[in-house]
Ligand binder design. Structure first.
Ligand code: BT5
Length: 330
């Protein structure tokens, strides 16, 4: 019933809907409507109640309407179970908990309006205010670990490709899986393996996309290096439309990778990778490698040539070096 009330308010977003009208339509009392609205407000929905006029919901574009997502999905399994929370610590953590309880299966998507402890790689923080698309996808690829790790690059290409449909400029990629517009980060991906030993092959892919977020809403330092669809286009975008597009594209790339391998996707990755052929500095735990980024190999490793040797790196953070200066693109 609460979902019905929320849907009705969203459908008529910006207009007041009278409590009496909703009560009659749904066959419940006005007090029951009021109680549901109070719970929705507590959950974090921005609902105004004005006596004599009714209830109105604002910023509807920042609400993920699951029915709207489902309508647009053309996937076989991704998004077959969609769950949406107003607030979680991290959608990756929430997915792990649900998986442990046996409540979700491959294809499940866990999304949240905001995250209180959104995570980046290596314990870094991911700012997740209202207005972004924060979600995790559960898969069970059944591949060797090295092949599974390639999915990080595969999904980066898929997300970049999907976001291009909403932007006036093409996105680029920073290895291994950050999506950039110009030199600003617009989306990040975090892959985590989950489960007990016997089911360690579950993969949780957490994706964060800055959609209706102003740079000023992110921390000062992060805001300088980040962008969003709103910043790039000047318009608010519907989260449900974007999620459907991203999932449709992710599934297409997933099957392509499973059926045909990495070669063609690697080619696309390289086409988008903005530091390929440039001087870079790679920060690894406990060491730094500097040199020319000559290539990315079929295992997804970054090839860095410095003096006479070539190093193959499977992890690290890339920084561009411009005229001797390190350009901090994280
Ligand atoms: C990432 O890590 O880029 C992976 C981000 C994954 C976030 C999603 S949201 C849904 C799911 N649930 C989670 O808890 N996480 C995933 P990394 O490459 O380590 O980049 C982290 C760095 O990006 C931070 O240290 C900041 O400098 C910067 N950053 C933080 N929040 C940002 C934001 N909203 N937009 C752009 N950059 C941000």
């Amino acid at each position: 019933m609460r979902k019905k009330i929320l849907n009705e308010l969203c459908r008529r977003s910006g207009d007041f809907v009278s409590g009496k009208e909703m009560a009659e339509e749904m066959g419940i009392s006005r007090v029951a409507v009021w109680k549901h609205i109070e719970v929705l407000k507590e959950e974090g929905y921005n609902i105004q109640g004005v006596s004599g006029r009714g209830y109105r919901i604002d910023n509807v574009e920042n609400i993920l309407l699951l029915d709207e997502v489902k309508k647009r999905l053309s996937t076989k399994f991704m998004g077959n179970d969609l769950r949406y929370y107003t607030e979680v610590d991290s959608t990756n953590n929430k997915s792990k908990q649900l998986l442990k309880k046996g409540e979700i299966e491959p294809g499940a998507v866990i999304a949240a309006m905001r995250q209180s402890e959104g995570k980046g790689r290596r314990g870094r923080e991911w700012e997740s205010p209202v207005g972004g698309l924060w979600f995790s996808l559960l898969t069970k690829p059944g591949l060797a670990l090295q092949q599974t790790a390639l999915l990080s690059l595969v999904f980066a290409v898929a997300v970049a490709c999907a976001l291009d449909k909403f932007l006036p400029f093409p996105t680029s990629i920073k290895w291994p899986n950050d999506v950039f517009v110009h030199d600003k980060k617009i989306a990040g991906i975090l892959l985590e393996l989950s489960g007990e030993l016997e089911q360690a092959d579950y993969l949780i892919t957490g994706i964060g996309i800055n959609v209706n977020i102003k740079n000023s809403e992110l921390g000062k330092e992060i805001g300088k290096k980040a962008s969003s669809l709103l910043e790039e286009t000047g318009d608010c975008q519907r989260l449900d439309i974007i999620l459907a597009e991203v999932l449709n594209t992710m599934e297409e790339y997933y099957y392509n990778f499973m059926d045909n391998g990495f070669e063609k996707i690697l080619y696309e990755f390289k086409e988008r990778c903005f530091h390929l052929g440039k001087d870079v500095k790679i920060q690894l735990p406990g060491k730094t490698v500097q040199g020319l980024n000559t290539d990315i190999d079929e295992q997804g490793n970054l090839l860095i040539r410095s003096e006479n040797k070539v190093e193959r790196l499977s992890t690290g953070d890339v920084f561009l070096i411009n005229f001797g200066e390190v350009n901090r693109c994280t």
